[in-house]
Ligand binder design. Structure first.
Ligand SMILES: Cc1cc2nc3c(=O)[nH]c(=O)nc-3n(C[C@H](O)[C@H](O)[C@H](O)COP(=O)(O)OP(=O)(O)OC[C@H]3O[C@@H](n4cnc5c(N)ncnc54)[C@H](O)[C@@H]3O)c2cc1C
Ligand SMILES: C[S@@+](CC[C@H](N)C(=O)[O-])C[C@H]1O[C@@H](n2cnc3c(N)ncnc32)[C@H](O)[C@@H]1O
Length: 585
């Protein structure tokens, strides 16, 4: 459980931070930065180890004040190759308050800009992976806010360097458990190095048992020795600058373009009918956690998806139309479900609060799809992709006449229902939806009551209908009637105000799956380089930004921001895997 309050930090007479929980210092009070550089950066042979590498991954046990990572990024930014990307993964079960970290880091003005950039995106107090983006230096950081063993089990990356920095083994043996060090070795790239301030015998023996060669090097300051370790093997070169083609310019395609670009890849988005021509073309969309998930495994997916979407929309000009949403109780189980959600550590304190009507979702957002697509899509080309072909030079995207629209090393399907035609076998089902739009009203808040009402830039929208296996997108008067009825049952005054107002329609075809979770990952059985982000159902604006980062990371072989259990929930191969398991049983 992640505590609601940050753990207490005490300050010694040199204003160095110390953990009240563990009774140990976060870093040397003599000169923490010099110690960090000598023990961890030099101990992992940085910067030499990343010379000539397009992508490099550093993992850390114990994020603490962030000093090691700030020092790491300071070194990286001064010498990185153009276009190179650094992925950082760190683990922290007891995140300190940003104000404490700011005080700890303030003593090194030379690091102020890196420290400030990290402090501005300081992890929330919610269990899960938290991403910090530093595109100005080609860096992304995932911090796992959870117990270290669970974090390493959930991480799918492979580190080139490890900073083992979990307080002294005597005061915190849990951070140096044999199974944890074995897991660190399992989550390492060939030739990975590990560094630590401790040379405790048990730590050395357990690292050796995990496959590391371990040495004691001359220590820093008053410490006589520090630890350096290395795994056998040579690091892989990595795919340099793949050509990435994305089919579809809805929220899935736009999120993919953004995510690949952030990793330094060039993208081309191809759409048959232009940005937002499919289901992502409405005037407003809700991004919110899925409450019917309760606190089941998939609730974590929606919680992390929303947290990531919020950060990305917040830095997208014009994207946010309104903040917060009020969810009314609609079923007999809602009161208990909402109470459990309000108390869950999947959400930061205050994000979910019980209210007289039901649940106030403080962190939900209403976004303007067009603003998001405009900002994220990047280079686009018009074209209807009829089929895909693969040869030894990569993928070819062909139109109906057999002409090549584009060639690519990596292709991502983000074409709504058409994903299932381009990659036959993808298990998608259409669900038609129509929302009703009224202009000229001042309506500022999102309300959910089975259906919803959202503010738009010029009024509001309400609805929407859900009709399975219906693929006709022509607006229907009968659907406006259904939307008005649902509104009248929950908000009779608003429904009466709208009674004689003319309504516009936003219709679209949602692509859904049997288990109502998206498809995000490699297309099963398609050969290398073909990925899908689809099946987003009614939740594209909550889930696409995070899942696109998962797909881009998988395609470029860099660590995914999605914990393994959540990646399995959205793995496009899950249905086949489950069928095989049932067959065996
Ligand atoms: C009425 C309604 C209300 C909704 N409200 C919300 C909401 O409030 N919040 C929310 O999160 N979600 C909402 N949804 C769901 C949301 O719209 C979808 O989850 C999301 O739009 C899916 O995005 P996508 O990018 O996967 O697909 P789409 O937006 O459908 O994009 C697919 C794109 O692919 C292109 N394309 C298709 N085939 C080809 C091809 N062969 N070659 C080239 N291009 C091709 C299309 O032209 C289209 O632009 C709503 C949906 C509807 C219908
Ligand atoms: C020495 S401090 C890390 C210092 C940090 N690297 C820095 O640069 O400030 C160790 C950190 O590990 C965290 N920690 C201790 N035990 C943990 C565990 N079992 N799982 C996850 N984090 C843990 C502590 O909360 C603390 O922040």
């Amino acid at each position: 459980m992640i505590e609601d309050d940050a753990p207490a930090v005490t300050w010694d007479d040199r204003d160095s931070p110390r953990s009240a929980l563990y009774g140990d210092v976060y870093f040397s009070s003599e000169d923490g930065l010099a110690e960090s550089r000598a023990v961890f950066l030099a101990g992992c042979r940085l910067p030499q180890a990343w010379a000539a590498r397009a992508r490099f991954t550093v993992a850390e046990l114990g994020f603490g004040t962030g000093l090691n990572i700030v020092a790491l990024i300071d070194l990286w930014r001064r010498g990185r190759a153009p276009g190179a990307h650094l992925s950082v993964f760190s683990v922290e079960a007891h995140p300190i308050a940003a104000a404490d970290a700011a005080r700890a880091l303030a003593r090194w003005p030379e690091l102020a800009d890196v420290a400030q950039a990290i402090l501005a995106q300081w992890p929330r107090r919610a269990r899960g992976f938290h991403r910090i983006d530093l595109p100005q230096w080609g860096v992304s950081i995932d911090i796992a806010i959870m117990e270290a063993l669970e974090a390493l089990q959930a991480w799918s990356g492979a580190a080139d360097a490890w900073f083992l920095d979990g307080f002294s083994p005597a005061l915190n043996p849990a951070m140096w458990r044999r199974e944890l060090l074995a897991l660190a070795a399992a989550r390492s790239a060939p030739g990975a190095r590990a560094a630590s301030f401790t040379v405790a015998g048990q730590v050395r023996r357990d690292l050796q048992a995990a496959g590391f060669s371990v040495e004691r090097a001359p220590g820093f300051g008053r410490k006589r020795r520090r630890l350096e370790a290395v795994l056998p093997g040579d690091p892989a070169a990595g795919m340099p600058g793949p050509r990435v083609a994305i089919i579809g310019a809805g929220i899935a395609g736009a999120s993919l373009a953004r995510a690949f670009t952030a990793l330094g890849a060039e993208t081309l988005v191809i759409d048959a009918a232009g940005a937002g021509a499919g289901a992502s073309g409405g005037p407003a969309a809700l991004a919110a956690a899925r409450l019917d998930a309760g606190l089941a495994a998939n609730a974590g997916l929606f919680a992390q998806g929303l947290a990531r979407a919020r950060d990305l929309y917040a830095s997208t000009p014009g994207a946010i139309l309104a903040r917060g949403a009020e969810q009314s109780r609609v079923g007999p189980k809602d009161a208990a479900r909402f109470a459990a959600i309000a108390g869950s550590d999947l959400f930061e304190p205050g994000a979910m609060a019980l209210s007289p009507a039901g649940l106030r979702m403080e962190t939900a957002l209403v976004v303007e799809p067009a603003s998001v697509l405009r900002a994220w899509l990047g280079e686009m080309r018009r074209g209807a992709v009829e089929r895909l072909e693969r040869d030894e030079t990569g993928w070819r995207l062909l139109d109906g006449a057999g002409a090549t629209i584009a060639r690519a090393d990596v292709v991502c399907l983000a074409a709504g229902m058409d994903c299932a035609r381009l990659a036959p076998g993808l298990p998608l089902h259409p669900v038609r939806g129509q929302a009703s739009i009224a202009d000229g009203l001042a309506w500022r808040e999102a309300k959910l009551f089975g259906a919803y009402v959202l503010p738009t830039r010029t009024g509001l929208l309400f609805g929407a209908t859900h009709d399975r296996d219906d693929t006709d997108i022509a607006p229907r008067e009968a659907d406006h009637v259904r939307n008005r009825q649902a509104l009248a049952a929950a908000l009779p005054e608003l429904a009466a105000e709208l009674a004689d107002k003319p309504l516009g329609a936003w219709t679209g075809i949602r692509a859904t799956t049997r288990d109502y979770l998206p498809l995000a990952g490699a297309v099963p059985g398609a050969g290398p380089g073909l990925f899908v982000l689809g099946g987003l159902g009614s939740r594209g604006f909550t889930l696409a930004p995070l899942l696109a980062e998962h797909v881009a990371a998988t395609a470029l072989a860099v660590p995914s921001p999605l914990p393994r259990p959540l990646a399995e929930l959205v793995d496009p191969a899950r249905f086949e895997r489950r069928a095989r398991r049932r067959g065996r049983a």
